[in-house]
Structures are given as C-alpha cells and as structure tokens.
Design a protein around this ligand. Structure first.
Ligand SMILES: Cc1ncc(COP(=O)(O)O)c(C=O)c1O
Length: 392
C-alpha cells in the first residue's frame, strides 16, 4: 500500500539491517530508548530475566562496553559511566550515606570534590572532617557513624601519594568504606581496588579520554556496591551521551601507551626543572627527592609516576604569571591529561573555591603551577621551558 511521504520519512530505514557480518568496532547506539515486540518481553527485560535495554538513562550497549573494560582493568566486579567526573564522585558518595552520617576526607583534593564535601553535603546533614592523612593519626577521627574515607591516589595539585593499603585497613577496622579518586594515576599506574579500596572514581575527562574532547566519569567497585551506586544514579540522572561513551571506548584502546609516554616525559621534565635555579620546588612522586617516592614505589604497579607535576617558582606569583604569559606552545588550560602539554594555576582554577587559609593550609602557594605533561618530543618540551625560564 502506498504511504504518504510523512509516514515514509518517519519509518523507513528504522531497523537493524539483516547481515551475516558484524561491525568490526563497537557501534554507537545513539538512542534514548529501545523498542519491544510485546509487553511480556518488556516486562522480562525490566525484571532482569532477559538481557536487553530499556532506556539509556538506565543502560546502553556502549556503557556495557565501557564497564567491561573498566572493571577488568581496575580489578573490580562492575562499573558505571557518568556524564562527568563530578557525577561519578557525587553518585558514589550519595549512594553510601544518609542524613546524620560522617565522612573523613583528605584536605588536599580536587577543588570541586572539596566544595561538594564542604557545602553540598552540609545541606543533607552529612558531616565531613578534613584531615591531613600524611600527618594526622587517622584513627582519632572515626566516629560510630563514619561511613566513608575519601582520598586521591595522586593528589591534585601537590602530587602527594597516600598509603592506600594502610588507610583501607584503618577504615575497614572502623567499618567504613574507602573511595579513591584515581584520575591522575589510572589503572596503568595504580589499581586502588587491589590495594584494599572499595570504590574507585574517575574524571574520565582526563587520562581515560586523553584528548580533551569529552566530559565523562567512571566508577568501579564490587557488584553490590555498584548496584547501590547505579540505583542512585538512575534517579539523579547524570547520564553520559552514548556518543561520548563511544569516544571513551576508542580512547581507552591507547590508554597504556599514552600514560607510559606521559609518565616518561614528566619524569624527564621534573628532573630538568629540579635543577633549575628559578624553580624552588618540583612536586613529582617519580623524583627520588620526593617525600612520596617510597610510597609511590610501594603502591604503583611499575616504574611510572604519571604525567602531572607541579612547580613552585622562586619568584612566586609574579614568576608564575610571567611564565604562563611567555610560554609559546604550552597554553594555560584549567584541565589536564590532553595530548599536548598544558599549564594551570591552581589558586585561580581547580582550587579557586579554597579560601586563602585553606590554600595556605593545603600548601597551595601563589607561585604554584601545575603542568600536565603531554606526548611531545621531550627535547622540544625542555627547550621551551629553558627559553621561557630565561626570559622571566
Ligand atoms: C582529580 C579530579 N577529580 C575529579 C575531577 C572532576 O571531573 P569532571 O571535570 O570530569 O567533572 C577533576 C577535574 O579536574 C579532577 O582533577
């Protein structure tokens, strides 16, 4: 029967083509919803009795591919993908606490996480104690209602490395779970779940993606914890776009290659900057002089320490502003982990929500610059720093 143009336009081509061959790569399932032949099948998929998808806020084949990669490389049992690192962090935390609970968090954290702990959780009557896990005796901060300990593998921006097995042991002795933000390290450098952590969160916007073109987050944990996190996430709805998920799967194929090259470059640049008279301090756990080198050697998987380093300039704020202005190819970028080297000024970017006292207490000075070391030829990179440091 002949159909109208309008009917043909909305129906034609809207099917999975019959084929004995398959796409070599993962197809992007760019759909918000899935169709069914009958109510019985729909009901079975909802109930988990049949494999299938219902609605992309709940799941999508692209997320399943991402989850499979992520829980395997991180040594977990299940994973979840979100629209940002902050979504991964907030969904993990909110799924584990209720009003009246208490959380212990490291005092040096990504600014957004710090802000969430400080202001947002207060609205839910959840108390947060910020501690310095390097100096303080952690045991003294636990209360009967402490549910979580929250730390970063390599802290932003001072590149401190915490003893995850020790912290996990103390937390578990007090019936608390440990969440580790593994964004700076990735599973290539460290696998916190294998060291005793309970939940690993990522800003996948950074190394997991690695090309500065998507915003995404990932959580990995055991099956039961992931069930709790997923239930919370479905209700808050920070859903990742399947297209971004597909790009992330593509990016993960080269994660190890990229992180190794970032790390090798960062170590060489750190060694060069450490000996420069205009640089007061280099913060990089790969340096033998770093107070975190021994812990890093203990908990990192190989001789790689990541692509992130920070420097404190002798000339403080004036030197920092001057260096940023004079660099040629290295841009001021308030993010990290892209293919090209980028520089950031934490006091005015990632940590701008910190008060003056908080910055001082955390050791984030006005002369501190954070460098995300890229994949360039290391000789070119060192020459650019050499020329620019000479100018300022
Ligand atoms: C260590 C760390 N965790 C989490 C986040 C938040 O991730 P997103 O910007 O993807 O929400 C960032 C962002 O810079 C970060 O550096």
């Amino acid at each position: 029967m002949e159909k109208s143009l309008m009917t043909e336009l909305v129906h034609l081509g809207d099917r999975n083509p019959p084929s004995v061959s398959r796409s070599k790569t993962l197809p992007i399932t760019l759909t918000s919803v899935f169709s069914f032949d009958d109510v019985e099948t729909l009901d079975k998929v909802y109930a988990g009795e049949e494999e299938g998808y219902v609605y992309t806020r709940m799941n999508n084949p692209v997320y399943d591919a991402l989850k499979e990669i992520m829980y395997n490389i991180d040594g977990g049992e299940d994973a979840q993908a979100y629209s940002s690192g902050m979504a991964a962090i907030t969904m993990s935390i909110l799924s584990q606490v209720r009003a009246g609970d208490h959380i212990i968090a490291a005092n040096v954290l990504y600014g957004g996480s710090h802000q969430f702990f400080k202001t947002e959780l207060k609205r839910f009557n959840i108390e947060v104690t910020f501690v310095d896990p390097l100096q303080d005796r952690l045991e003294q901060y636990f209360k009967t209602n402490t549910k979580l300990v929250y730390i970063e593998t390599i802290s932003n921006p001072l590149m401190e490395v915490l003893d995850i097995p020790k912290i996990a042991q103390i937390a578990h002795d007090h019936n608390a779970k440990v969440i580790v933000d593994n964004t700076f390290a990735t599973a290539v450098i460290c696998q916190p779940l294998k060291l005793g952590a309970d939940i690993v969160v990522y800003s996948a916007t950074k190394y997991l993606c690695g090309h500065s073109d998507i915003t995404a987050g990932i959580v990995v944990s055991d099956k039961e914890t992931m069930r709790q996190i997923s239930s919370t996430g479905v209700l808050y709805g920070p859903t990742m776009s399947p297209f971004d998920g597909w790009l992330l799967v593509r990016s993960l194929r080269t994660l190890e290659l990229r992180v190794i090259q970032h790390s090798n470059n960062a170590l060489k640049l750190a060694k060069y900057l450490e000996n420069h008279p205009k640089v007061k301090t280099v913060y990089y756990p790969g340096l033998k002089s770093s107070p975190h080198h021994i812990t890093a050697k203990k908990i990192f998987r190989g001789d790689y320490y990541g692509g992130m380093l920070s420097i404190d300039l002798v000339d403080g704020e004036k030197g920092a502003y001057g260096l940023i202005r004079e660099l040629e190819t290295i841009k001021l970028v308030p993010s990290l982990a892209g293919v090209s080297t980028a520089i950031s000024y934490p006091a005015k970017t990632s940590h701008r929500a910190f008060s003056e006292e908080e910055l001082e207490r955390a050791g984030i000075s006005k002369g501190l610059l954070r460098i995300s070391v890229g994949l360039e030829n290391i000789g070119d990179l060192i020459s650019e720093f050499e020329r620019t440091l000479q100018k300022i």
